[in-house]
Design a protein around this ligand. Structure first.
Ligand code: GAP
Length: 446
């Protein structure tokens, strides 16, 4: 049914509109906003935290629970600082920084054009390397012996636990260790709302393989990760895989791909998939003096496994999901904003709305909502006119609204309104749960 005329918003304004929607509807807010915020830090509201949980759950389900070759861990955010010396982060985890000699603002050297600050004409200093790790102190003394770092990635927590996992499970290469958790980077220029943050959340897999199989598994994981993003409902034409050139490889990588998304500000990295070779296990073996090799008792071979690592930011995945779902449409002369979330990630899957705030509609609608609640993410709403409530549900990306009207009390039937087609279908309350199951969990049908 052609009820909507699609209008594509200007790319530049999409970010602004999305940030405003995110605040208005409770997806994300600037951290400590009442004090003016803090650059690079964001808080997540009721819908935002649900959206993030859905993304994390989808990742954990696909990367850990549905696989017999991956196990999970949760390691501490602050680790023995020797970790970061061995991993190369103390030495190499830097970005080139320049400072404007006039206003003393600092920028990433690779983000500025020319030798002068566009705004005030001030000359830039020569670039110097700026380490991105946040420093802190452990215990009551504040000197170099107690200095530690907030982790800039979760990966090292998995490398240092390699033998703990090997000896406590029956895992044998090729196998993986997965982790979801916070990471911290003192980015020189955080920005684009939740695209580049100073505190963010990572979903990482370290997949340990026999050395000869590394490139095969890099191929495997880049395809697998692209597929996962498609499974969240991201449009295929907005995603691409980009191999890294030799010059841009991170200090640990021997080969890498970015899964890129076409953001309103251009194609940018959504996820990194890197072949890290034996870099990390060798570094930790040498620095700790512990044997981190694996002995293959079938082949009678001892080796340091190589690692293939898909690493994705929860925040960046969330931003991508929201941007990709965002649409503005003209419906019968009125504008509607809609987030076309896939049901897998939609914070609310079913809204139950009494047509008016009168009894017995309210009681019946609440009863239906409570019945559906164990099976779907539901919400009851009886504020404002029904039209406004539909618009609100469209804007927060709820795929279906169930409307309870006066006839419902007599005929025991309700109306399901679809967010995308805006069609309305009447059906018996007794069939509601099964109908919603079919519409929301099509994977159950194969
Ligand atoms: N252990 C490998 C690693 O951390 P990375 O390419 O630096 O690799 C992986 O980061 C992913 O983490 C990125 O593709 C992106 O999704 C996310 N990410 C990295 N830095 C981020 C930041 N400052 N803010 C938000 N997300 C970030």
């Amino acid at each position: 049914m052609a009820v909507a005329e699609k209008r594509l918003p200007e790319p530049a304004s999409v970010m602004e509109k999305l940030v405003s929607l995110a605040k208005r509807r409770g997806f994300f807010f600037q951290s400590s906003e009442i004090y003016g915020g803090l650059q690079g830090f964001w808080d997540f509201g009721p819908l935002g935290v649900t959206l993030r949980n859905n993304i994390k759950r989808a990742w954990w389900r696909s990367m850990v629970e549905l696989r017999d070759d991956v196990v999970g861990v949760e390691s501490s955010l602050i680790m023995n600082p020797k970790t970061w010396v061995a991993s190369g982060h103390v030495q190499n985890f830097t970005d080139p920084l320049v400072e404007c000699k006039k206003c003393h603002q600092r920028f990433r050297a690779d983000h500025v054009k020319g030798t002068r600050h566009e705004e005030d004409g001030g000359e830039f200093t020569e670039p110097r390397q700026f380490n991105l790790m946040f420093r802190t102190f452990v215990g009551p003394t504040e000197d170099s012996s107690s200095q530690a770092y907030l982790r800039p990635e979760t990966a090292q927590g998995m490398f240092v636990n390699f033998t703990n996992v090997l000896s406590s499970t029956r895992m044998r290469p090729p196998f993986g260790i997965a982790q979801i958790g916070k990471a911290f980077r003192n980015e020189i220029t955080p920005g684009n709302s939740i695209f580049r943050l100073r505190e963010f959340e990572l979903m990482e897999l370290e997949y340990f393989v026999p050395p000869a199989e590394e490139m095969k598994w890099l191929e495997y994981w880049k395809d697998e990760r692209l597929r996962w993003h498609l499974g969240l409902g991201i449009r295929r034409e907005k995603l691409r895989l980009r191999p890294h050139g030799k010059h841009e490889l991170a200090h640990y990588a021997v080969g890498a791909f970015d899964v890129e998304y076409e953001f309103p500000f251009g194609w940018s990295e959504l996820e990194g998939v890197a072949a890290r070779g034996e870099y990390d296990l060798r570094a930790h073996q040498e620095a700790s003096g512990r044997d981190l090799t694996y002995f293959d008792d079938l082949k009678r071979e001892r080796y340091l496994p190589h690692v293939v690592e898909p690493a994705l930011g929860v925040d960046r995945s969330m931003l991508t999901v929201m941007i990709d779902a965002y649409a503005e449409e003209e419906v019968r002369g009125e504008q509607r904003v809609v987030l076309r979330f896939d049901p897998v990630v939609a914070p609310i899957q079913v809204a139950v709305l009494p047509l008016s705030r009168k009894e017995p509609l309210v009681a019946e609608a609440k009863r239906i909502e409570h019945e559906l609640r164990p099976y779907f993410r539901t919400e009851y709403d009886d504020t404002q006119s029904i039209g406004k409530r539909y618009r609100r549900q469209d804007e927060i990306g709820t795929p279906f609204a169930v409307t309870v009207d006066f006839d419902s009390i007599e005929d025991r039937a309700v109306t399901i309104r679809s967010r995308d087609e805006m069609t309305q279908v009447r059906l018996p309350i007794a069939d509601l749960r099964r109908e919603l199951e079919d519409r929301l969990h099509p994977s159950h049908k194969g």
